[in-house]
Design a protein around this ligand. Structure first.
Ligand code: CP
Ligand code: NVA
Length: 306
């Protein structure tokens, strides 16, 4: 079997992604005791290394618990404690870790780091967030949307705010799962040209507007994220240009009456979203957070051969 990496939603085909989401629903229904047919063979002898170049609460804890519930084991490695932090090459690190562990989940500053690990290592690499994308989050989010609103195919999702790493994974998902994505963002904070070019090449239903109202109108789901991502150095400027993109009750009222509100967390109430929205009846943010556990069990199982 070829090594199965989970680098981006755009790197996998629809059938594989659909199967992972369907298995995530089964994982959730089964709870802590994963059914044998969803467990990779030999999982009890399987080690997952988790490398962090940036902080994390959800990714770290949910991957750790997911691997344990599958029956495997984990090691948490902070990059500053590795020789990687002192300049050892990614290719040497990939080759060495491939001799010890069976898979790596990494949260990296640069997307190039995960690509290099995948190129030089011989074990599955899982993207736990980079400057480019956050695919595990969006798998959990698709699962959460479907629990509340049914099949995501053909539906309309509105992203409001910075066209950042999380937005890029929503763009990838729009193509692979067949939904419409409307991105409302300031012109200065549009998604990367690479992501826009990919959407064009794939003929995806993704529209970009600088008008938050237009993005949200009649949408089935409104999504926000922090205005200042990890590593962003221009916080005050971002808060200024993103001010008109705050999700409040007035903006939510423009969406479909049954629309859900999503946010990957951590959230900053009073900036990108009001407390009335994120703590209100349309919010499903804690279901998204919970689903990181279930979706990642399904992702790990797929990477390890299910
Ligand atoms: N949403 C998310 O990835 O959260 P953490 O940064 O806490 O992992
Ligand atoms: N866009 C945010 C997501 C955090 C989970 C960041 O990169 O910091």
């Amino acid at each position: 079997m070829a090594v199965r990496h989970f680098l981006d939603i755009s790197s996998l085909d629809h059938a594989t992604l659909r199967q992972i989401i369907d298995n995530a629903h089964l994982m959730k229904a089964a709870g802590k005791h994963v059914p044998a047919k969803l467990k990779p063979a030999g999982i009890e002898d399987t080690q997952l290394a988790m490398i962090f170049e940036k902080p994390s609460t959800r990714t770290r804890v949910s991957f750790d618990v997911a691997m344990r519930q599958l029956g495997g084991q984990t090691l948490v490695l902070m990059s500053e404690d590795l020789q990687l932090g002192r300049g050892e090459s990614i290719s040497d690190t990939a080759k060495v870790l491939s001799r010890y562990v069976d898979a790596i989940m990494i949260r990296a500053n640069s997307h190039d780091t995960i690509l290099a690990l995948a190129e030089h290592g011989s074990i599955p690499i899982i993207n736990g967030l980079t400057d480019h994308s956050h695919p595990c989050q969006i798998m959990a989010d698709v699962q959460a949307f479907e629990e509340h609103r049914g099949d995501i195919k053909g539906r309309t999702i509105a992203w409001v705010g910075d066209g950042n790493n999380v937005a890029v994974s929503w763009m990838h998902a729009a193509v692979r799962f067949g939904f419409n994505l409307r991105i409302g963002c300031p012109v200065q904070l549009k998604p990367t040209q690479a992501a826009l070019d990919w959407i064009k090449a794939e003929n995806g239903n993704v529209t970009i507007t600088d008008d938050a109202n237009e993005a949200v109108k009649d949408a089935d789901c409104v999504v926000a994220d922090t205005w200042v991502s990890m590593g962003d150095k221009d916080g005050p400027w971002r808060k200024q240009v993103l001010g008109p993109y705050a999700v409040d009750d007035k903006l939510m009222a423009l969406a479909d009456k049954d629309a859900v509100f999503m946010h990957c967390l951590p959230a900053y109430r009073g900036d990108e979203v009001t407390a009335s929205v994120i703590d209100g009846p349309q919010s499903i943010v804690f279901d998204e957070a919970e689903n990181r556990l279930h979706a990642q069990k399904a992702i790990l199982a797929w990477c390890l051969g299910v």
